[in-house]
Write a protein that binds this ligand. Sequence first.
Ligand SMILES: Nc1nc2c(c(=O)[nH]1)N(C=O)[C@@H](CNc1ccc(C(=O)N[C@@H](CCC(=O)O)C(=O)O)cc1)CN2
Ligand SMILES: Nc1nc2c(ncn2[C@@H]2O[C@H](COP(=O)(O)OP(=O)(O)OP(=O)(O)O)[C@@H](O)[C@H]2O)c(=O)[nH]1
Ligand SMILES: [Mg+2]
Length: 457
Amino acid sequence: MTVPARETIYALSSGSLPAAIGVVRISGPQAKAALLAMIGRVPAPRQAAFATVRDPQSGGAIDQALVLFFEGPNSETGEDVAEFQLHGGRAVVAATFNALSKLEGMRMAEAGEFTRRAFENGKLDLTAIEGLADLIYADTESQRKQAIRQLQGLLGNRAEAWRRRLIEALALVEAGIDFSDEADVAADVTSRSLEAVRALQQEIAAVLAEGRRGERMREGLVVAIAGPPNAGKSTLLNKIARRDVAIVSPYAGTTRDVIEVHLDLEGFPVTLLDTAGIREATDPVEQEGVARARARAAEADLVLWLMENEGANPVSRPDSPETWTVRTKIDLGSDQSAGYRAEEYAGGSSRPEQRHFYELSAVSGEGVDRLLTDLTAYARNTLESREPALITRERQRNLLEMTEKALKRGILRGEEGQEDLFAEELRLASQSLGRITGRVDVEDILDVIFRDFCIGK
Ligand SMILES: Nc1nc2c(c(=O)[nH]1)N(C=O)[C@@H](CNc1ccc(C(=O)N[C@@H](CCC(=O)O)C(=O)O)cc1)CN2
Ligand SMILES: Nc1nc2c(ncn2[C@@H]2O[C@H](COP(=O)(O)OP(=O)(O)OP(=O)(O)O)[C@@H](O)[C@H]2O)c(=O)[nH]1
Ligand SMILES: [Mg+2]
C-alpha cells in the first residue's frame, strides 16, 4: 500500500497588506519543487538568496525577493520549508499565490496548520504552542515575558520531568506486583514508590495552590468603573484612555453598553470597563444597561465606585472582591456631605475601602495621576512575583488537578497495600500529565520497567 504524500501548504505569514515586506511560507514535500519552478534553483539551506520570482507558466517576473530554504527536519515545521520575502503589495502576493496554486500537490494552509505540523513532527509540545499563541497576542511586556517562558518550555519541561518520575514510581509498583511471591521485596518496593509519589503530589499541590496568576496575566485584570448616572464615569474612562471612546453628556443614563479599553500600566495588562449608571431605570434599554453594568462589575477584579456626592445617590453597590471609592468633579467645589466623607476616609483607617478613597476631576485632571499610580501598583502586586507562573491556562490547570487527585487516591490505595489499584491511579495520573504536553505514550512505561528491572517477560 502506498502512503499518499503529504500536501504542501502555503500562506502569507506576515501581517496585513500592503506592507513593506510580505512573507509567503511553504511547507511540505513540494517546497523544493516550488523553488525550482519559481526561481529556477534551491538556495543553500538557511542562507538568504536574492532572486527574481517568476510565474512558471508565463515566465513573467512577479517580484524581486529574498528567498530562504530550510531542509527538513531542521525547520520550524520539521518539513522542508521555503520562504519568499516579497514586496508586500496585494497584487504581488496574489500573483505568487496564483502561481503556487497551479503547482502539483500544493494548497493554501488552514489557520494554525504550520504550527500543527510542528507539533506532529515533535518540534513543539502543546504548552509551547500555547506560549507561541500568547506571544503573538501579548499586548504588554509582562504578558510577553510569560509567553516566551512558556514557549521555551517552562511548564512543558516541568510536566515531562514529573511524568518521568511518575513512570519510575509506577515501574516500581509494577515490579512489586510481579514479585508478589516475595512479600518483603514487594513491601519494600511499594514503600519506596509511595515515598516518591507523595513528594510528587506535594510539589504539584503547591503549584496548584499558587492561584490563577498566570491565567490573569494572559487575560489582563478587569477594572470596572461603576456608580450612579452622571457621576462622570465615561469622562474618566476617556481621560485615562486619552481618546474619546465613550459618549459623554449631561443627561443621566447616557451609557448603555459596556465599553472596554485595554491599558498597559507599566507593562501590566488592565482592561478598564465603562458601565451604565446604576439606578432604578424605567426605560427598558437603560434597564438592560444597568443589568449589564451590575453583572460586569460583579465579575471584575476591582470596582471603581464613582460618585459626585454619596448621600444623594443611595444606590446599592455591586458585590466585588475589591472596591475603591472615587469622588468626582472636585473642580466644581466641595460638597458638604462629600467633604466630611473625605476627612473620614483620609483618617488612616485600616479598612481597605477607606485606604482607597480618591477625589478627582476628570475635566481638570487633578487627582487622576494618584488613581493611576495606585492602579498600576495594584496590577503589579496582583500579577507580579519572583517566580514566573507555571500554569497559564484553564486546560493546564484542569489536567494538573486531575493528576493531583489521582496521585492522592493512589497514595491511599498504596497505603492500604492495594498495589493493583495504586498502579492504576498512577497510570491515570501519568495520562493526565501527558495530556498537558500532548506527548502521552504508554510505550515508555514498559521501556522503564524493562530497563531498570530486567524482568524480561
Ligand atoms: N522569516 C521568518 N522569521 C521568523 C519565522 C519564520 O518562519 N520565518 N518564525 C516562524 O515561526 C519564527 C522563528 N522560528 C523558527 C523556529 C525554528 C526554526 C528552525 O529552523 N528550526 C530548526 C533549526 C534550529 C536551530 O538551528 O537551532 C529545527 O528546529 O531543527 C526557524 C524559525 C519567527 N521569525
Ligand atoms: N465639571 C466637571 N464636569 C464633569 C466632570 N466629569 C464629568 N463631568 C460632566 O458630567 C456630565 C456627565 O458625565 P459622564 O461622563 O457622561 O457621566 P457618566 O457617569 O458616564 O453618566 P452615565 O453614562 O449617564 O451613567 C457631563 O456633562 C460631563 O461633562 C468633572 O470632573 N468636572
Ligand atoms: Mg457614561
